[in-house]
Design a protein around this ligand. Structure first.
Ligand SMILES: C[S@@+](CC[C@H](N)C(=O)[O-])C[C@H]1O[C@@H](n2cnc3c(N)ncnc32)[C@H](O)[C@@H]1O
Length: 395
């Protein structure tokens, strides 16, 4: 996505919506003046009814702010289905759990592929924080699936209380979890808090000393890793939510595989000395920029994922890293080319599919920035998705 210099002006209704959320965040700030960036992001994205993901605004697709791989082409989800089937066939009870299912497109295409390949499935659980997205998912799946497959879909507010065997899927979920912002200066490390500027009537950064021990430890390691930092400073992000989330997912699995797909890097690449502005990105009407305070509630806020941190948290949660590769290699190893070549399809359809494949796999599109990591529990299986190229050694 290329950034333009100016962002489009929201409509009067959209501005009103954002103002309501902004006032709510200001009230919260008056009660708790030390609002970390993660707390601000939690409110901006997930405040019921008003947060970006919790409101009725279009988000994903042409009319929204960004596009995700399942919306680019059903081939993405059908490849994931192939990988899921390999695992489901070894599980005592075959279940799928999907986090943050967006518009339900991936669930729909995976379920259709499972039906086509006659793969038995007990349940397809969807854990969705947003009431609005849940409604859209229900409508989309009811429309597209035969009733016996629709009836397998169960929406949950939280993970199942008793451990189950399952394949867990999360596409672009980690990048939407609230993260912390750090600023490294030549002689100190600061944490990004948020304050409201009464003059400009905007939220803004408020960098303060770190008081949290684990965060200070991380900052110390980062300072050592970076070496000399210029007077201009070095800004970056760290996601403290992934660790407890993975622990909870691991606890809810008796056996299975977790497949996480997202844009990100190994720690080495993530915290490169040259990446002085970090990876915080906001998406508004297909423009990418770095101001998380632009009309709260109207735009997505994200950061890239540190996959080394994911791997470490996985080990500490009793999981094994079963594979790590680029999206392009994962898709090629799970049947992308076989699925895309239909010599009997009309030429216009073939061209459309060729374009979709380019978007999913080219290095300067989604192919290399997006990675797939597989985490396994009580399962020793050579996963097909990582047979072409396994980059675990880089983590
Ligand atoms: C960028 S969207 C991706 C949607 C969809 N997976 C796709 O690929 O089109 C991020 C999604 O993650 C969800 N999400 C973020 N944190 C979550 C969590 N802890 N549990 C469940 N869903 C979460 C959001 O509500 C949102 O639906």
């Amino acid at each position: 996505m290329k950034a333009k210099h100016t962002l489009p002006e929201p409509s009067a209704d959209a501005k009103h919506h954002s103002l309501q959320l902004s006032e709510k965040i200001q009230r919260s700030l008056r009660r708790h003046p030390h609002m970390t960036f993660a707390q601000y992001m939690q409110m901006a994205l997930y405040t019921p009814g008003l947060g970006y993901y919790a409101s009725g605004l279009p988000k994903i697709g042409e009319r929204g702010d960004f596009i995700t791989a399942p919306e680019v082409s059903p081939i993405f989800s059908r490849c994931l289905a192939n990988q899921a089937i390999q695992v489901l066939q070894t599980l005592p009870t075959p279940n799928i759990i999907e986090f943050g299912a967006g518009q339900g497109t991936m669930a729909k295409d995976i379920l259709l592929e499972l039906q086509l390949q006659q793969q038995p499935l007990e349940h397809y659980f969807i854990i969705e924080l947003s009431a609005d997205l849940r409604e859209r998912q229900q409508a989309a799946l009811k429309d597209a699936l035969p009733i016996e497959w629709f009836n397998k879909v169960v929406w949950l507010d939280a993970l199942p209380a008793q451990p189950i065997s399952a394949v867990v899927l999360a596409n672009e979920v980690l990048d939407a979890m609230p993260f912390e912002r750090l600023r490294i200066e030549p002689h100190q490390a600061l944490r990004g808090y948020v304050r409201f500027n009464e003059e400009t009537r905007q939220f803004e950064w408020d960098y303060q000393k770190i008081t949290d021990k684990p965060l200070q430890q991380f900052a110390n390691q980062l300072i050592e890793h970076l070496g000399e930092v210029s007077e201009l400073g070095y800004e970056t992000e760290i996601n403290l939510n992934i660790r407890p989330w993975l622990q909870a997912v691991s606890d809810s699995l008796s056996e299975g595989v977790i497949l996480l797909i997202d844009y990100g890097y190994t720690r080495e690449e993530y915290y490169q000395p040259a990446r002085v502005m970090g990876t915080l990105r906001c998406h508004y009407q297909h423009r990418a920029h770095s101001n998380p305070f632009f009309y709260p509630g109207l735009q997505d806020i994200t950061a890239h994922v540190d996959f080394t941190a994911v791997a470490e948290a996985a080990y500490d949660s009793g999981l094994k890293v079963a594979g790590y590769t680029t999206q392009a290699h994962f898709l090629m190893a799970t049947g992308l080319l076989e699925m895309s070549s239909d010599p009997n399809a009309p030429i216009t359809e073939q061209l459309k599919i060729a374009q979709q494949i380019k978007t999913l796999t080219l290095p300067n599109e989604m192919g290399e920035t997006f990675k797939v990591i597989a985490l396994s529990k009580q399962l020793d299986l050579k996963l097909m998705g990582f047979k072409m190229r396994d980059l675990r050694h880089q983590l």
